[in-house]
Design a protein around this ligand. Sequence first.
Ligand code: FAD
Length: 262
Amino acid sequence: MSLRIVVTVKYVPDATGDRHFADDLTVDRDDVDGLLSELDEYAVEQALQISENSDDDVEITVLTVGPEDAKDALRKALSMGADKAIHVEDDDLHGTDVIGTSLVLAKAIEKAGYDLVVSGMASTDGTAGVVPALLAERLGVPQVTLLSEVSVEDGVVRGRRDGDTASEQLEASLPAVVSVTDQSGEARYPSFKGIMAAKKKPVESWDLEDLEIEADEVGLEGAWTKVEAAAERPARTAGTIVKDEGEGGKQLAEFLAGQKFI
Ligand SMILES: Cc1cc2nc3c(=O)[nH]c(=O)nc-3n(C[C@H](O)[C@H](O)[C@H](O)COP(=O)(O)OP(=O)(O)OC[C@H]3O[C@@H](n4cnc5c(N)ncnc54)[C@H](O)[C@@H]3O)c2cc1C
């Protein structure tokens, strides 16, 4: 049996960098270093573990929708061990919202062919945490989200979702969409061998025409949400420093009472 896994990975601005909004109130991605969203490294890792624990012939494709530099995110995932990559890039994608992103991803996944889609729990910039559910809806397949443990056997994906008060054991027949959390296990670091091998692995580039998507279905024009205004958050103040000269506890209690915390 073969198993085709598609892992969705997002290229995000480096959180340590200077992130700011562009004039059109989208996040300025020019001249800002970017990287593979950390939460998607867990998705790549779980896909690799499914492959390593399977007797099937497993193929892992990593897929991203993003600007030219998003290739760096694909390269990182390929160096971790994914087999091939797909990059959907088009100027008309600028400013695409979650609805548009899910449309592009769904069309690309259908075109690529799949049995299982593995996503991260959320991206580290938009943080909506909804794309996996939107994908499942568009693909018309089950979704099993926020898993801390996942496995595939005999055409069924199984997993554990840990809530605050209970853990659930969930399963769904393939094809399906799953998302994994940052509690699903450490993501491996690419080995030197992996980094070198990644340079030779195929990266296909598709645009909106390849996916038969009209420009007005995506981008700022097709967005269902609109950023009306954006303002820098005031710089954090140093805060109140209490020097304990015997009355520290009392001063702290007064401060907390003053803040109505107690
Ligand atoms: C600061 C900020 C605020 C935003 N606010 C909104 C908003 O309120 N409403 C709105 O509709 N859009 C918003 N967007 C746009 C939204 O981030 C993009 O549409 C994005 O592509 C999808 O949303 P997300 O990153 O939040 O996805 P999530 O739903 O957080 O992503 C979950 C998973 O989906 C996959 N995924 C997400 N995006 C991609 C991609 N481009 N390529 C491949 N896989 C992907 C990844 O595996 C990821 O782990 C915002 C963007 C930013 C940077």
